[in-house]
Design a binder for this molecule. Structure first.
Ligand code: SF4
Ligand code: SF4
Length: 465
């Protein structure tokens, strides 16, 4: 970038920073509006009429709200992390704001160790993702309200009980925050300490940051919800808003607090989300279901053919969708199966890369190299997730006149870009590990297998829905 370009970019960033600092006390009104929108999108649709077979997206409020929620909000929030980081969390999300509001009124107990455990949001993500599938939340307004309403209620309870002027839910338990946090490492936005203190990132309650970041030691993006509370433009201290090249944090992951729990989440989360799509489109799910049902009946376990409770699975006789225990067990088992497969394959390929990198002069221990290289699948996993989740978004493109072939082309290009970006990150991580460029393609091959696995596994989910 030329000097003039750099100065112009800096002026724009400073202007944005000044705007948010000036108006941050008004965010409460944004949160109130977003809370009302949440109620309108989540709790109002179950009161509306069930759509008929002829109803289009604009004819029926249930269909319209479903489109806004799953077709626009979900994929666009994910995409937004690349351009604006976790701005959804700090500026807009009504759930996090409600949790923080409850915290101001609540018991303010110390945050317990089990909640601080890095696996808590991972477990939360797995449970919520599987529950969303067994409830059929993408297709039914009632269970969508149950899912989002339930998560909102837990967020408020966690906020009410634990933390002192903090967002314990957002830092330690929110499944969406975990996902956005990992992918925000790819993003363009960073909040940097004006004076970085050595020692690496740390968790502390003695901070103005609602997500308990030790501000002077902050080097990673994932827990920053962009609330602007640490930004004081006219002082020497605090943090400043900065714009960076997308992906740079993962290229330099060695110095940005890489950690195993996050990498395992990338592997696990990819698998469980994948299973959530593949059971809808692959024949082997139906074979698995038939086998289990037949075996259970032969064993006299007739209860597997009974419908389960409607808080656990989809029970909609009018719409002719009634899940039975056999569906609950097979959907859950199928998703867990994909999760385990994903962890095994990605661990093996990443482990092989890390070993080869070590043989070719890569710095640090095998486990450190494994963790660093684990991050390279982030772009392809994210693009796959967005394309899979955004099936409805692409239906809208079809309605706007794009042919099926055009939509397929758009998806294919995005898919390929994700894969190429992942390969590039692998290349750069290996460079930072000190592997010479003329042999770097050898450990990179392990990454290429990981990327091929993720891409190939998502392919039917992305292109069949
Ligand atoms: S972490 Fe979750 S609850 Fe908190 S602001 Fe982000 S999405 Fe909302
Ligand atoms: S680092 Fe600053 S902007 Fe980010 S969440 Fe903490 S206080 Fe808010």
């Amino acid at each position: 970038m030329t000097e003039w370009g750099a100065r112009s970019a800096q002026r724009i960033v400073s202007g944005i920073e000044a705007f948010f600092v000036r108006h941050r006390h008004r965010l409460v009104w944004v949160h109130v509006l977003m809370f009302l929108a949440f109620v309108g999108l989540i709790f109002a649709p179950p009161l509306g009429a069930i759509p008929g077979p002829q109803d289009g997206l604009l004819d029926n409020y249930r269909l319209f709200a479903n489109l806004l929620l799953w077709g626009l909000w979900f994929p666009l929030v994910f995409v937004s992390v690349i351009f604006t980081g976790r701005s959804w969390c700090g500026l807009l999300c009504p759930m996090g704001a409600a949790s923080e509001w409850a915290n101001k009124k609540g018991l303010k107990r110390a945050i317990p160790a089990w909640l601080q455990w890095p696996g808590t949001p991972v477990v939360s993500f797995i449970v919520i993702t599987i529950w969303a599938q067994t409830l059929g939340a993408r297709d039914h307004a009632e269970t969508s309200a149950l899912l989002f309403g339930g998560v909102m209620a837990v967020a408020i309870v966690v906020g009410f009980v634990w933390g002192r002027n903090k967002r314990a839910w957002c830092r330690h338990a929110c499944p969406i925050g975990l996902l956005l946090g990992v992918y925000s490492r790819l993003g363009m936005v960073d909040f940097r300490p004006k004076r970085l203190r050595e020692g690496g990132d740390a968790w502390t309650e003695a901070t103005a940051c609602p997500t308990m970041i030790d501000l002077k030691r902050k080097t990673e993006t994932r827990h920053c919800i962009e609330c602007f509370r640490c930004v004081h433009p006219n002082t020497q201290g605090g943090l400043r808003l900065a714009v960076r090249r997308p992906g740079i944090e993962i290229e330099e992951i060695a110095g940005r607090n890489p950690n195993l729990s996050e990498v395992l989440f990338l592997f696990l989360g990819n698998g469980v989300a994948l299973g959530g799509f593949l059971w809808l489109v692959l024949d082997n799910y139906q074979s698995f279901r038939l086998w289990l049902a037949t075996s259970a009946i032969k064993s006299g376990w007739l209860w597997v053919g009974e419908p389960g409770p409607s808080w656990l699975m989809a029970v909609f006789p009018v719409e002719r969708e009634v899940f039975r225990w056999v569906d609950f067990i097979t959907i859950t088992g199928y998703m867990v199966g994909w999760m385990v497969l994903s962890v095994i394959v990605l661990s093996l390929t990443t482990g092989a890369s890390a070993w080869l990198a070590g043989r070719l002069g890569g710095a640090r221990t095998w486990s450190r190299r494994f963790v660093e290289l684990g991050y390279q699948i982030a772009p392809v996993a994210m693009v796959s997730l967005v394309l899979g989740l955004g099936g409805e978004l692409f239906s809208v493109l079809s309605l706007l006149g794009l042919s099926a072939d055009d939509v397929r082309l758009v998806k294919s290009v995005l898919f390929a870009l994700g894969a190429v970006w992942s390969l590039w990150l692998g290349w750069r991580i290996l460079a930072h590990q000190g592997v010479a460029s003329h042999v770097r393609f050898i450990p990179l091959a392990g990454g290429a297998v990981s990327i091929t696995f993720v891409g190939a596994a998502w392919y039917p989910a992305v292109f069949s829905l």
